[in-house]
Design a protein around this ligand. Structure first.
Ligand code: SAH
Ligand code: SF4
Ligand code: F3S
Length: 446
């Protein structure tokens, strides 16, 4: 039976969720299911969901209505919801609105084969229990939508930082690290399959810790192990929390050329009052001190960030502080959001969501406009330089062009040569837009 069942999976949210979908694909392929890219031919539709902002949940609700409409043609269609919305919305979406046949939270994916067996049996196919130790360490992900060059590796799960605005600690549970050896082995395996770039994922990778009989492996140590075991594999990581990005980690990044010179260090706000209400556990001054140290230890390292506009009680002056901090740091890139109150967070329980929506929009607009200027000026600094690029594939703009990234995570496009995706080339940067560098390959392969 199962051998003929086809699953279509749609993923929303962060890289962690995309990585989880690959774990789901692995678990279900092992138990005999097939995966398809065509929703119309699927027997089972999974949607791996995100709760981070209200908008993210609304999008999923709309998609579920569409999936439900597909049941007219295929009455046996099974619809399952995975990920961060699972626990929060299971009652409304499954029991009240009858949009779902199955619900599985982020730590329940090993049970998916049994949950699928339960569908239609009269027993509820629901598991949203969060775990203290599940890391899926032994599962080799099935790479979905892969370019064959870059891949994600989850190194830890959960989060215990409890930023007051954030739903993640409640949707993903306790923080836990994955066995270091399985991470190193997964990187080696990817290298052998032709991959040349991995991004190590966790909500707060700096607090990675794995204890073996002989040693304690922290994040800097883990990076070093991976860097040494695959010198031609580029290594990226996300996300770092400003409160614990150590000098030791920065020195390790400086030592190995394959540890990419790009750090994502979400600031959220430039105002001390906001940072305190957000429970971020650092001040504007402490954040800027870390930036100073990054610039000293890693000259030329790119720094990117996340910013929230219009958090509770935010005044015009608080907002100005964010703009001034952005200018001081000169971010190379940023993800910028308007504050969205989430249920089961400290902010929802104790702080008023009192910045009017129009004000949030205006502030977000200002932040985005400023970042566009900063990104452009960051890219303009690259013009004239010769940089090493890992070719990722053919550019969307033209079949005659390749695209790839610099160590600083900047995207560059350049005319195709005999080099292939997965190879490193030297490219001279000749121009730029605010998003993309333009260049010419200078080392041709015979
Ligand atoms: N663990 C990472 C990323 C978490 S989610 C970190 O700590 O940085 C990614 C980003 O979404 C956050 O950095 C934050 O900028 C944004 N975000 C989280 N909750 C939000 C909310 N309720 N409203 C708006 N943006 C939010
Ligand atoms: Fe959310 Fe803060 Fe944890 Fe990031 S560190 S996932 S923003 S609680
Ligand atoms: Fe969203 Fe969950 Fe990631 S809430 S951002 S999918 S951890």
């Amino acid at each position: 039976m199962k051998e003929n069942k086809k699953i279509y999976i749609e993923t929303y949210g962060c890289q962690m969720n995309f990585s989880d979908s690959e774990i789901v694909a692995s678990i279900l392929t092992e138990s005999g299911y097939k995966f398809t890219d065509e929703i119309i031919s699927a027997d089972i539709i999974f949607v791996n969901t995100c709760s981070i902002r209200e908008h993210a949940e609304e999008r999923v609700r709309k998609r579920l209505q569409y999936f439900k409409s597909l049941r007219k043609k295929n009455p046996d269609l099974v619809i399952g919801l995975l990920g961060c919305m699972a626990d929060r919305t299971k009652v409304a979406l499954m029991e009240e609105e009858h949009l779902l046949d199955l619900v599985a939270g982020p730590d329940a994916y090993r049970h998916l084969p049994e949950l699928l067996d339960k569908v239609g049996s009269g027993q509820p196919a629901i598991d949203t229990i969060l775990s203290f130790d599940e890391t899926y360490a032994d599962i080799t992900p099935v790479r979905l939508d892969s370019n064959g060059v870059s891949a994600f590796i989850s190194i830890m799960r959960g989060c215990e930082n409890y930023c007051s605005y954030c739903v993640v600690p409640s949707t993903r549970g306790r923080e836990r690290s994955r066995d270091a050896e399985t991470i190193v082995n997964e990187t080696r395996d990817l290298y052998q399959k032709g991959y040349r770039e991995v991004t190590l994922l966790g909500q707060n990778v700096n607090s990675y810790k794995w204890q073996t009989a002989g040693e304690t492996i922290d994040f800097a140590h883990l990076l070093e192990k991976i860097a040494l075991s695959n010198p031609l594999m580029r290594i990226r990581f996300a996300t770092s929390h400003p409160k614990d990005i150590s000098d030791e980690l920065l020195n390790t990044i400086a030592r190995y050329p394959n540890l990419c010179k790009s750090i994502h260090l979400p600031v959220q706000s430039g105002s001390n009052h906001m940072l305190e209400l957000m429970n971020r556990k650092y001040s504007r001054e402490e954040y800027l001190e870390r930036i100073h140290v990054i610039r000293q230890i890693l000259p030329g390292c790119a720094i990117s960030t996340d910013i929230i506009a219009g958090f509770c009680d935010e005044t015009e002056e608080d907002h100005r502080q964010t703009l001034s901090l952005m200018n001081l740091v000169g971010y190379d890139a940023a993800f910028m959001f308007k504050y969205s109150e989430r249920p089961q967070t400290l902010a929802a329980d104790t702080l008023p969501d009192n910045v009017p929506d129009e004000t949030k929009d205006l502030r977000l607009r200002e932040i985005i406009d400023l970042q566009q200027k900063l990104s452009l000026s960051s890219n303009q600094k690259e013009i004239g330089k010769t940089v090493e690029i890992l070719i990722e594939g053919v550019s969307k703009r033209s079949v005659n062009q390749y695209f790839g990234r610099t160590s600083q995570n900047k995207v560059a496009v350049f005319t195709k040569t005999t080099s292939l995706p997965g190879e490193y080339v030297h490219v001279k940067i000749t121009g730029t837009t605010s998003a993309t560098l333009l260049g010419e390959i200078i080392d041709f392969r015979e």
